[in-house]
Design a protein around this ligand. Sequence first.
Ligand SMILES: [Zn+2]
Length: 176
Amino acid sequence: MEKVEDRFTLKIRGLGHGSHSIDIAVPSESLDLPMFHGKITAKGQITVGESLLLSLRLEATGSFICDRCGCDFERTFRPEIQLLYVPPQLATSLNEDDDVHVFDTQTNEIDFTEDIRDAVMLAIPMKNLHSPDCKPLIAGEEKGILDDRLSALGGLYAKLREEEMNSEGTGSVSQG
Ligand SMILES: [Zn+2]
Protein backbone atom coordinates (compact mmCIF):
# COMPACT_ATOMS: atom_id res chain seq x y z
CA MET A 1 0.00 0.00 0.00
CA GLU A 2 1.21 3.45 -0.93
CA LYS A 3 1.57 5.80 1.98
CA VAL A 4 1.25 9.54 1.35
CA GLU A 5 3.34 11.55 3.80
CA ASP A 6 5.10 14.88 4.22
CA ARG A 7 8.58 13.40 4.21
CA PHE A 8 10.26 10.19 3.16
CA THR A 9 10.67 8.36 6.43
CA LEU A 10 10.67 4.77 7.45
CA LYS A 11 10.06 3.26 10.85
CA ILE A 12 12.95 0.92 11.49
CA ARG A 13 12.29 0.02 15.10
CA GLY A 14 10.89 -3.47 15.24
CA LEU A 15 11.62 -4.16 11.60
CA GLY A 16 12.75 -7.78 11.32
CA HIS A 17 15.82 -8.93 9.43
CA GLY A 18 15.30 -9.50 5.75
CA SER A 19 13.64 -7.53 2.99
CA HIS A 20 10.59 -5.33 3.35
CA SER A 21 8.85 -3.50 0.55
CA ILE A 22 8.70 0.28 0.47
CA ASP A 23 6.04 2.30 -1.28
CA ILE A 24 5.94 5.93 -0.21
CA ALA A 25 4.56 9.00 -1.95
CA VAL A 26 5.20 12.61 -0.95
CA PRO A 27 3.61 15.64 -2.65
CA SER A 28 6.26 17.53 -4.61
CA GLU A 29 5.30 20.76 -2.78
CA SER A 30 6.49 19.20 0.48
CA LEU A 31 9.89 18.56 -1.07
CA ASP A 32 10.52 22.08 -2.34
CA LEU A 33 10.82 20.88 -5.93
CA PRO A 34 8.98 23.72 -7.70
CA MET A 35 9.32 22.41 -11.26
CA PHE A 36 7.74 19.10 -10.30
CA HIS A 37 4.08 18.45 -9.65
CA GLY A 38 1.92 15.70 -8.27
CA LYS A 39 3.42 13.09 -6.02
CA ILE A 40 7.04 11.97 -5.92
CA THR A 41 7.05 8.24 -5.33
CA ALA A 42 9.69 5.88 -4.00
CA LYS A 43 9.21 2.17 -4.44
CA GLY A 44 11.56 -0.64 -3.69
CA GLN A 45 12.80 -2.40 -0.63
CA ILE A 46 14.76 -2.12 2.54
CA THR A 47 17.05 -4.97 3.47
CA VAL A 48 17.56 -5.12 7.20
CA GLY A 49 20.65 -6.67 8.71
CA GLU A 50 23.42 -5.13 10.73
CA SER A 51 23.14 -2.33 8.22
CA LEU A 52 20.13 -1.08 6.34
CA LEU A 53 20.14 -1.02 2.57
CA LEU A 54 17.48 0.90 0.70
CA SER A 55 17.06 0.21 -2.99
CA LEU A 56 14.55 2.62 -4.45
CA ARG A 57 13.12 3.50 -7.82
CA LEU A 58 11.81 7.04 -7.81
CA GLU A 59 9.24 8.59 -10.06
CA ALA A 60 8.81 12.33 -10.47
CA THR A 61 6.95 14.25 -13.15
CA GLY A 62 7.56 17.90 -13.84
CA SER A 63 6.93 20.74 -16.28
CA PHE A 64 10.02 22.00 -18.03
CA ILE A 65 11.10 24.36 -20.78
CA CYS A 66 13.14 22.73 -23.52
CA ASP A 67 16.73 24.01 -23.35
CA ARG A 68 16.96 23.99 -27.13
CA CYS A 69 13.65 25.06 -28.68
CA GLY A 70 12.02 26.71 -25.66
CA CYS A 71 8.76 24.76 -25.75
CA ASP A 72 6.95 23.66 -22.59
CA PHE A 73 6.90 19.95 -21.96
CA GLU A 74 6.19 17.34 -19.34
CA ARG A 75 8.80 14.82 -18.38
CA THR A 76 8.87 11.95 -15.93
CA PHE A 77 12.16 10.97 -14.37
CA ARG A 78 12.72 7.54 -12.84
CA PRO A 79 16.08 7.63 -11.08
CA GLU A 80 17.19 4.68 -8.97
CA ILE A 81 19.05 5.17 -5.74
CA GLN A 82 20.68 2.99 -3.14
CA LEU A 83 21.22 4.25 0.36
CA LEU A 84 23.21 2.45 2.99
CA TYR A 85 22.69 3.10 6.68
CA VAL A 86 25.39 1.71 8.93
CA PRO A 87 25.46 1.57 12.73
CA PRO A 88 28.16 3.68 14.45
CA GLN A 89 30.41 0.67 15.16
CA LEU A 90 30.68 -0.07 11.46
CA ALA A 91 30.96 3.55 10.42
CA THR A 92 34.68 3.80 11.17
CA SER A 93 35.58 1.44 8.33
CA LEU A 94 33.42 3.34 5.88
CA ASN A 95 33.58 6.90 4.71
CA GLU A 96 30.29 8.60 5.09
CA ASP A 97 29.35 10.09 1.75
CA ASP A 98 26.19 10.99 -0.09
CA ASP A 99 24.92 7.43 -0.20
CA VAL A 100 26.19 6.16 3.14
CA HIS A 101 24.68 7.38 6.38
CA VAL A 102 25.36 6.49 9.98
CA PHE A 103 22.23 5.76 11.93
CA ASP A 104 21.57 5.56 15.62
CA THR A 105 20.45 2.02 16.38
CA GLN A 106 18.15 3.44 19.07
CA THR A 107 16.32 5.63 16.63
CA ASN A 108 12.75 4.92 15.64
CA GLU A 109 12.94 5.97 12.05
CA ILE A 110 15.21 7.09 9.28
CA ASP A 111 14.49 10.15 7.18
CA PHE A 112 15.83 10.09 3.64
CA THR A 113 13.84 13.05 2.30
CA GLU A 114 16.97 15.00 1.36
CA ASP A 115 18.43 12.01 -0.49
CA ILE A 116 15.26 11.70 -2.55
CA ARG A 117 15.23 15.41 -3.25
CA ASP A 118 18.86 15.39 -4.40
CA ALA A 119 18.29 12.33 -6.59
CA VAL A 120 15.32 13.95 -8.31
CA MET A 121 17.25 17.19 -8.89
CA LEU A 122 20.27 15.29 -10.24
CA ALA A 123 18.03 13.35 -12.63
CA ILE A 124 17.40 16.55 -14.61
CA PRO A 125 20.06 16.63 -17.33
CA MET A 126 22.14 19.74 -18.07
CA LYS A 127 20.47 19.89 -21.46
CA ASN A 128 16.84 19.08 -20.78
CA LEU A 129 15.25 18.58 -24.20
CA HIS A 130 11.55 18.10 -24.94
CA SER A 131 12.51 15.18 -27.17
CA PRO A 132 15.78 13.46 -28.03
CA ASP A 133 15.01 14.53 -31.62
CA CYS A 134 14.89 18.22 -30.75
CA LYS A 135 17.70 19.64 -32.86
CA PRO A 136 18.70 23.22 -33.55
CA LEU A 137 17.85 24.36 -37.07
CA ILE A 138 21.49 24.61 -38.06
CA ALA A 139 22.79 21.47 -36.41
CA GLY A 140 26.55 21.49 -36.07
CA GLU A 141 26.99 24.87 -37.79
CA GLU A 142 26.04 26.79 -34.66
CA LYS A 143 28.91 25.25 -32.75
CA GLY A 144 31.30 25.91 -35.63
CA ILE A 145 30.40 29.59 -35.76
CA LEU A 146 30.73 29.91 -32.01
CA ASP A 147 34.14 28.25 -32.05
CA ASP A 148 35.37 30.49 -34.87
CA ARG A 149 34.20 33.55 -32.98
CA LEU A 150 35.85 32.43 -29.80
CA SER A 151 39.15 31.67 -31.46
CA ALA A 152 38.98 35.02 -33.29
CA LEU A 153 38.38 36.70 -29.95
CA GLY A 154 41.24 34.76 -28.44
CA GLY A 155 43.55 35.91 -31.24
CA LEU A 156 42.37 39.49 -30.92
CA TYR A 157 42.89 39.42 -27.17
CA ALA A 158 46.43 38.14 -27.58
CA LYS A 159 47.14 40.83 -30.17
CA LEU A 160 45.77 43.58 -27.91
CA ARG A 161 47.81 42.31 -24.99
CA GLU A 162 50.93 42.36 -27.14
CA GLU A 163 50.26 45.91 -28.32
CA GLU A 164 49.57 47.02 -24.76
CA MET A 165 52.85 45.54 -23.57
CA ASN A 166 54.75 47.18 -26.41
CA SER A 167 53.16 50.59 -25.87
CA GLU A 168 53.88 50.40 -22.15
CA GLY A 169 57.46 49.60 -22.95
CA THR A 170 57.68 52.50 -25.40
CA GLY A 171 56.00 54.81 -22.90
CA SER A 172 58.48 54.13 -20.15
CA VAL A 173 61.38 54.64 -22.53
CA SER A 174 60.11 58.03 -23.71
CA GLN A 175 59.49 59.12 -20.13
CA GLY A 176 62.92 58.08 -18.99
ZN1 LIG B 1 12.74 21.17 -27.88
